[in-house]
Design a protein around this ligand. Sequence first.
Ligand code: COA
Length: 672
Amino acid sequence: MTSTEYIKTITVVGAGTMGHGIAEVAALSGFKVYLADISTDILSNALGKIKWSLSKLSEKGQLRESVDNIMSRIIPVVNIENGQYTKEFASAISQSDFVIEAIPERIDLKQQLFRFLDENAPQHAILATNTSSLPISEIAAVTKRPEKVVGMHFFNPPPLMPLVEIIKGDKTDDEVVKTVYDLAKKFGKQPVVVKKDVPGFIVNRILGRFLNEACWMVARGKASVTEVDSAVKYRLGFPMGAFELADYSGIDVFHLVFIAMVQRGMKMTGCPLFKEKFDKKEYGMKTGKGFYEYPAPGKYVRPNIPKEAGEKVDIVALMAPAINEAAWLLENDIATMEDIDKAVMLGLGWPKGVFEYADELGIDSVVNALKKLKEETGLEEYEPNALLTRMVQEGKLGRKSGRGFREYRPVEEIAKKTLLIRLEKPIAWIVLNRPDKYNAINYELLKELSDTLDELELNNEIRVIVITGAGRVFSAGADVSSFVGITPVKAAIFSRKFQEVNLKIEYYTKPVIAALNGYTLGGGLEIAMSTDFRIASETAMLGQPEIKLGIIPGAGGTQRLARLIGISKAKQLIFTGEYIPAGEALKLGLVDKVVPPERLEDEVRTFALKLSEMPPLAIMLAKYAVNYGLESNIWTGLALESSSFGLLFSTEDVAEGVSAFFEKRKPKFKGQ
Ligand code: COA
């Protein structure tokens, strides 16, 4: 029995932006949900929004039941009338196994509500708050069950954002944290645990440091808004520039969140530009002006941020305060390294964890940048965390020294125009590297991929190939822009060329693993299906969307998909073009393993290293026997198997394998 089995009915209090989203998520996961707010108008508006959002998911083929079915599980309840909690509300609470609150961020309102919840909810019920800025323990203190009060912080919009921070108050029971963790998983979310209730938890603390420093860089005249944003987007690979994000989400929102964190004791000197914009009510996109200008209030166009503009920006100094904050969280045992990395990847869309950035930039460089900032500004908050200085003393400088927050094997990097090749012997990582185009596949990429495979085939020190994507995406498929005005003949040739590369992968002499780090669509999925193994991040979405463009898969999709998951499932994906999440792909046999995003690289590496210890020639022949055998009748397949079996007895590896067996030691295979 999982710890959440007894939870059947959930009440969500507050039907605003977060509340109605949380209610949608809970109903989607099969729970009966009471959604409470102060007026029927607010409630019917919220139900309308939930219905709209569910219809969108339904159009994308992501619902397993009808929108009406899911809606029927949500029961609206008016909770306050004439300043008093209503009987209906008390009744809903008395039937609830779990209550989550998403009302305005005022401690008096929350305490009043929790008193009432405590009086009316069953003994076993857990009371959660979605607060992002108030102390859990102060809310819990007004109840007689502080051990059952917990923070459950969703991100906006809850149905789409995978991350949930679970916050332990001073008195929260570990069992309760575990139950809420399991519940978040049942909601299809990715929980992280914040072991102590610090202001801003993980994501807002790290984001706060980062945005504040970006802003200070401009305020101190070191770079312009566009320069910083260009560096953030194109050199750090974040989905949006710092100011672009502030404008998009609302400068007022960030300003108020940061002020709340500082009021609760976080030592951060707010950058004056944020306040200036806030005072002038230039909140960003919604007011038509923020750090950038927009055609009209609420009308979004992406700001123009040239790729080269950020070349001179000091990205170490820009990231150092965020890294220092992450180190503080770790040093004070507020969250684990894995959870902190997961939180920034899923909550902020960073393509890598904050500790990975630290290791790449160099821990010594980060410490020096912090010291310099402290010297220049006299601000104590720049003092490098003890963990970082200790690491420098111990020579743990990050990737360059082979050890930092993680361990690294020596890596040689070769940058081609569309690919990045990382030689981490005996593994070669081929990274599809057009992140601003979601690694869309054009002629040039195909050519480089084909040439790279040829080169690596001859490199005896490389035993396993991994193909993955730069940024948060494996590949969004063939580059649609190369289809504009293309003739039917040229299209057929493109298809043929792409098929050739995929055949090369399928019959490659070394094992090939696809590490699916995000969207794996169209041609991206066709590459992945040609490899020997597919390991996917929980965040990956897979599909063959070509039909939506009026075409069909052209790089083997119609053939390999049917072979992997059966004819009718393949037809369903190809005819509808719908995307499926990694978990579902696992059930269909389209991927072999699904792992949390921050674990993907390590899992793939571990598996690749295991393969690399096996005899290369035997692996090659086993691969041929399986792959060719599947395409022919069993007589031919068996004949290939026995001749390969015989052939292997002519290799040195078989002698090594057999003698190691008798000598009870690990064999060392040479591939000869
Ligand atoms: N070809 C060319 N460019 C592509 C691309 C493709 N297959 N997929 C994404 N891109 C580009 C977008 O044009 C955009 O570039 P821009 O910033 O210059 O406008 C960038 O990558 C990001 O994509 P965007 O659509 O803004 O991101 P999103 O997160 O809203 O959506 C996808 C992601 C993958 C769902 C969406 O990009 C998509 O549907 N892509 C096409 C998938 C497809 O049909 N593939 C099969 C081709 S045969």
